[in-house]
Write a protein that binds this ligand. Structure first.
Ligand SMILES: Cc1cc2nc3c(=O)[nH]c(=O)nc-3n(C[C@H](O)[C@H](O)[C@H](O)COP(=O)(O)OP(=O)(O)OC[C@H]3O[C@@H](n4cnc5c(N)ncnc54)[C@H](O)[C@@H]3O)c2cc1C
Length: 444
């Protein structure tokens, strides 16, 4: 028998789970259901193995301007406040030293300026010269000829297990609302609009809904395309791989200065707080174009890749124009080269020496089974690669979210915009005061 639900969310990654919690806790929406294809919460990119586990605050990521950093900090602080309120600090989110490292004269000057410009919004960030750095992270200085400096903080909640947090969102959401429920092992096969409702067919049966939120990673765009939406978007799945250090030669989160033309963060070092003990340090991620929508899962279907790419002359033009840029071309070739056995590791080593110059080939090993996938969205209408997230909303009772990065950090921030919109659409109430009291007002 088909059951009717007010809001159905498709996908229990960190985005869908955060939204589930926010609907259950901060609105009078009567029933909410989350459908997930796999047997557990956050099985793909939101899992600890899928991402770099960084709570992005905007300070050490050079792709964020001051204005963007202010926004990112705000949205990250919602998650920080959530972990504080529910007692998850030092359980699912941990303090580490963190820094943005500059190498060579030009970058050293850049760090000085960035530290100066950002110190008002990030008062805890210090400027560290080579002497100071040699005390904090000696391996950054060993065998380094070029000058270096960093802006950083010694003790910051910056490493977070998004997979575990997603689980807490589902648990806390269910506690808030007796009609908040989930179905796992439940793959959505189709969504169809019928007058004022949506009919959702899955491997476990059918539901109807007043509102549908599609938070299914790369699959969101496929669902949109199938329903005739988002035709100006196409996407290429980009896998990210990591290497482990065999010994914990560093202990901090260490980000490096990013080439502004590239949509992905430059190499960084991250303590692995997820599936391994925290003295495991990951280096990466790489960025490799793939023909699959999911990493390390069976059942990827090539036709889904084709649906996602939605290839036409406009896609070809964006790819061609991007490849005309020497930096982008070299970046892609370098990342493909990393995949070649033996030579790939050697080539990655050269890149990793940007962080630890004395690194030897036997100091690193490929991190098997680690690394998720970001959908690099192509804006066909404006002939460009989109940096960050995309949302397709035709004011029709359905929203498709694609949140490749920093979607995990901004899960509650994105979610609250969606709940507010859904409440308005369905003529329901969003409990703004309750939201502010719990996740904003007590903020430091
Ligand atoms: C290498 C890498 C490093 C990253 N590092 C960071 C970082 O340090 N910090 C950060 O903030 N972000 C980071 N990100 C980005 C972050 O991982 C994503 O933004 C985030 O995980 C997206 O969450 P999501 O819930 O939107 O998608 P996902 O986690 O992909 O979840 C989508 C869910 O939808 C389900 N689904 C799909 N199709 C169906 C269907 N038909 N029926 C039912 N369910 C379906 C999937 O099984 C999945 O569980 C990184 C990403 C990568 C790849």
């Amino acid at each position: 028998m088909t059951k009717h639900i007010e809001v159905v969310i498709i996908g229990a990654g960190i985005s869908g789970s955060a939204l589930f919690y926010e609907i259950a806790k901060f609105s009078n929406i009567k029933s909410v259901l989350i459908l997930e294809k796999y047997p557990d919460v956050a099985p793909l990119n939101s899992n600890a193995s899928g991402n770099s586990q960084t709570l992005h605050s905007g300070d050490i990521e050079t792709n964020y301007s001051l204005e963007k950093a202010k926004e990112v900090k705000k949205t990250a602080s919602l998650l920080m406040q959530y972990t504080k309120q529910y007692g998850y600090q030092d359980k699912y989110i941990f303090k580490y030293p963190k820094m943005l490292l500059g190498v060579g004269e030009e970058q050293v000057e850049y760090i000085k300026k960035r530290h100066n410009d950002f110190s008002d919004i990030f008062p805890d960030m210090e400027y560290w010269d080579r002497d100071k750095l040699s005390k904090i992270e000696p391996m950054l200085c060993k065998d380094r000829k070029k000058d270096i400096s960093a802006m950083g903080a010694m003790d910051d909640y910056c490493a977070i297990n998004y997979g575990k947090i997603a689980k807490t969102f589902i648990e806390n959401g269910m506690q808030e609302n007796d009609n908040a429920s989930f179905e796992f092992n439940c793959e959505v096969k189709s969504i169809k609009k019928e007058k004022d409702i949506y009919r959702i067919k899955t491997t476990k049966g059918e539901w109807t809904a007043d509102f549908v939120m599609v938070n299914s990673g790369a699959h969101s765009l496929i669902f949109a395309h199938r329903m005739g939406y988002g035709k100006d978007y196409s996407a290429i799945p980009m896998g990210g791989n990591y290497y482990y250090l065999n010994e914990p030669l560093v202990k901090s989160k260490i980000y490096t200065v990013q080439n502004p033309k590239l949509p992905f963060a430059a190499i960084h070092a991250d303590p692995d707080i997820g599936i391994k003990t925290n003295d495991m340090i990951r280096l990466g991620p790489t960025a490799l174009p793939l023909f699959a929508l999911e990493r390390y899962k069976e059942g990827n279907k090539f036709y889904e890749f084709l649906e996602l790419l939605d290839f036409d002359t406009r896609v070809l033009k964006v790819i061609f124009d991007s490849l005309k840029d020497k930096d982008i071309r070299e970046f892609i070739i370098r990342n493909i080269f990393y995949e070649i056995p033996y030579f790939g590791r050697k080539s990655f080593l050269k890149y990793a020496k940007l962080i630890i110059p004395s690194l030897k080939i036997n100091d690193i090993r490929f991190a098997k089974g680690i690394g998720g996938l970001r959908t690099q969205i192509i804006d066909k209408k404006n002939n460009k690669l989109l940096l960050g997230e995309a949302r397709i909303n035709k004011n029709d009772g359905i929203i498709f979210n694609m949140t490749p990065s920093p979607g995990a950090t901004s899960c509650l921030g994105n979610g609250v915009k969606d709940v507010q919109y859904i409440c308005e659409y369905l003529n329901k109430e969003f409990y703004e005061d309750k939201f502010n009291e719990l996740l904003i007002e007590n903020n430091e």
